[in-house]
Design a protein around this ligand. Structure first.
Ligand code: ZN
Ligand code: ZN
Length: 277
């Protein structure tokens, strides 16, 4: 097994007691990569057997609050549990540095309390931000990451990531409607993880603000169509809007299966998927 994906949080901005916010763990070679940091991410990360200090890097697909709301917990827990000053590597679209600067400012009082109280804690948290653009590539441990453009307009910039190691690859698309650059990023990938909504169910909700989400997310069917066009191995669905009710997995899967012949994975938080199945 070269690449393994764990759905840490399969929820969305809609609060749900059983689904943490959007976050996905990717183990690729010697790299342990966290993609997005939604509500409850540290609890789920530990549930997957990883402490924040064990992360090689954090990747952010975009700066929507549901994808970064608990990044501050990652930063602080990484800082206080490291036995020596250890930078946290964060990759995200342009604007990420400003968010990190503001996040660290918010944590200023806490940093001072802890620096004053712990004699062996001598430096504030170090966060090394790399802002990435579509077409960029970089390495995390011995894994390679390619950055692709996604389309979540009017939210911009947004990116997806293709993480590769040992001939296997996983795409973490983030929030996006189908687009050519997403197809390119996904082309031939072993795993394609897509955040999705059920348009048929969302349309039933009598709330204008919820109706607004229809035009900038992939539906389950669209994710399956992307998977088919790109020839991916396994389609993995997450970020369920509305929250997936346990027992209805087959109903969601059937909507995707009408458009994609390969394996389709849906599940609860902490569902694990290996690239080679
Ligand atoms: Zn979003
Ligand atoms: Zn989202």
């Amino acid at each position: 097994m070269s690449i393994e994906v764990t759905l840490l949080g399969t929820g969305s901005p809609i609060p749900n007691p059983d689904r943490a916010g959007p976050a996905t763990l990717v183990r690729a070679g010697d790299a342990t990569v966290l993609v997005d940091c939604g509500r409850g991410v540290v609890m789920r990360l530990v549930g997957a057997g990883v402490l924040p200090v064990g992360l090689t890097a954090v990747l952010l697909t975009h700066l929507h609050s549901d994808h970064i709301t608990d990044l501050n917990d990652i930063v602080t827990t990484h800082w206080v549990m490291a036995t020596e000053p250890t930078p946290l590597a964060v990759y995200g679209p342009p604007g990420t540095q400003a968010v990190i600067d503001a996040l660290l400012a918010m944590l200023g009082p806490d940093q001072q309390y802890r620096l004053d109280h712990h004699a062996d804690l001598t430096e504030p948290p170090q966060v090394e931000v790399t802002e990435v653009e579509p077409g960029d590539s970089f390495t995390v441990g011995d894994a390679t990451v390619i950055v692709g453009a996604t389309d979540h307009r009017p939210v911009t910039p947004t990116v997806g990531f293709r993480i590769s190691h040992g001939g296997e690859s996983a795409v973490l698309a983030g929030d996006t409607v189908p687009c050519e650059t997403l197809d390119e990023l996904c082309s031939g990938a072993d795993l394609y993880v897509q955040t999705v909504i059920r348009a048929d169910l969302v349309q039933l909700l009598p709330n204008a603000r919820i109706q607004d989400i229809l035009d900038y997310h992939s539906t389950v069917e669209q994710a399956a169509q992307t998977a088919a066009r790109a020839g991916v191995g396994t389609l993995v669905l997450t970020h369920y809007v509305p929250p997936l009710v346990p027992g209805q997995e087959d109903e969601w899967r059937a909507l995707a299966a009408a458009h994609f012949d390969g394996p389709i994975v849906l599940g609860d938080d902490l569902t694990r998927i290996a690239a080679a199945q």
